[in-house]
Design a protein around this ligand. Structure first.
Ligand code: PLP
Length: 357
């Protein structure tokens, strides 16, 4: 149990007006959680303070060698005013795997979840209530030693900031176009593809720029060795419905193990679908498309929940999926997942965690 000291702001900001688009990750609430780590002392001084700028040495290690991690989850307000998180302990467990890989000191799962709940409760009036909106929660850790040598830092900051965020889709679940990147790769086995860390995103920007230049909204990455097998989309895992079966790349060390991916697999199995977690090549996809067996493609992630894919581009091939329309399974997954998250549906898996009324 953390003994969290709370200092509230004396100058609260104006909250965004209901009905106006919020976008994603642009507006921040009045408060933040912060906790220090010092070698020999461990994590100490957990506190919630007014949202504020940091003052760090320009020699702080995070700026030079990228020793940092992050997580992403959301708080949802139900019609009854109750506030929920969705499987936050999964994020806390994943954070531990990321920390292990990046030599960052561990935070107990209970403490991670407690800190998220505490700061959300302080800023609960910032949780937007327009349909599809939520409060995005961004926990992260940075290395703060003032030192240019290459070694794990001996001091860190763990922070949680909150961003009221809009419905991912302004006009319903619009299928997106996806660019299969055949030149650059995002991660390799033995690297840190399974970890949620900034470096993976830095490596992915160039692919995103290429895709955007060609009017595709997202990048689908191939494996780092043969550039032959499907891995994942920039910030989403990827699923295919082929000949009635649900297929997704297996977790091989270079793919981020998404909470939404895991929830999708559990839901599909509970509905009687055969779910295969295995290697899947671009050639297999092209073949399935040409024989009319590629029925649906969708991405899964906290931000978009389910993101239907209407078009996939690979070198000279453009595959149009399901006539560019959202598939039945994609829609059912979206409705069920959001229904559970907002407290509108039963929660047979025990995924919803109540924060406060
Ligand atoms: C966070 C993330 C995902 C999705 O994970 P969720 O837990 O479902 O939000 C997928 N891929 C990458 C690279 C990510 O960083």
């Amino acid at each position: 149990m953390l003994d969290i000291k709370i200092t509230k702001t004396t100058t609260p900001k104006a909250k965004p007006e209901p009905g106006k688009p919020l976008g994603f990750g642009k507006i921040f609430t009045d408060h933040m959680f912060i906790m220090n780590y010092t070698e020999g002392q461990g994590w100490h001084d957990p506190r919630i303070v007014p949202f504020q700028k940091l003052s760090l040495s320009p020699a702080a290690m995070v700026y030079h060698y990228g020793q940092e991690m992050f997580e992403g989850l959301k708080a949802y307000k139900g019609d009854n005013g109750e506030v929920y998180l969705f499987r936050p302990e999964k994020n806390a467990e994943r954070a531990q795997k990321t920390n292990d890989r990046l030599c960052i000191p561990q935070i107990p799962v209970e403490d991670f979840v407690q800190a998220c709940k505490a700061v959300v409760e302080v800023d609960k009036d910032w949780i937007p209530t327009d349909p599809g909106t939520s409060l995005y929660i961004r926990p992260f850790i940075i290395a703060t030693d003032e030192f240019l040598g290459v070694a794990p830092s001996e001091t860190y900051l763990f922070m949680i900031i909150l961003a009221p965020s809009g419905a991912y889709y302004e006009s319903g679940l619009d299928p997106v176009g996806i660019w299969i990147e055949d030149e650059y790769v995002r991660a390799v086995r033995g690297g840190m593809g399974f970890a949620k860390t900034g470096g993976n995103y830095a490596a992915s920007l160039i692919g995103q720029v290429k895709a955007h230049n060609d009017a595709y909204s997202q990048v689908l990455w191939l494996d780092g060795v043969e550039r032959k097998y499907i891995e994942e989309v920039g910030s989403m895992n990827i699923f295919f419905k082929i000949d009635g079966k649900v297929v997704t790349p297996m977790l091989n060390g270079s793919i981020l193990p998404g909470v939404t991916r895991d929830s999708t697999i559990q839901l599909c199995k509970s509905w009687g679908y055969e779910v295969e977690e295995r290697r899947i090549s671009v050639d297999e996809l092209l073949e399935a498309q040409h024989t009319g067996k590629l029925e649906e493609v969708f991405g899964t992630g906290t931000a978009a929940v389910i993101s239907p894919v209407g078009k996939l581009r690979y070198v000279d091939d453009v595959m149009v999926i399901n006539n560019g329309e959202i598939g039945e399974l994609s829609q059912k997954l979206y409705d069920t997942m959001t229904g559970i998250q907002y407290g509108k549906l039963d929660d047979p898996f025990g995924w919803r965690v109540k924060v406060c009324d």
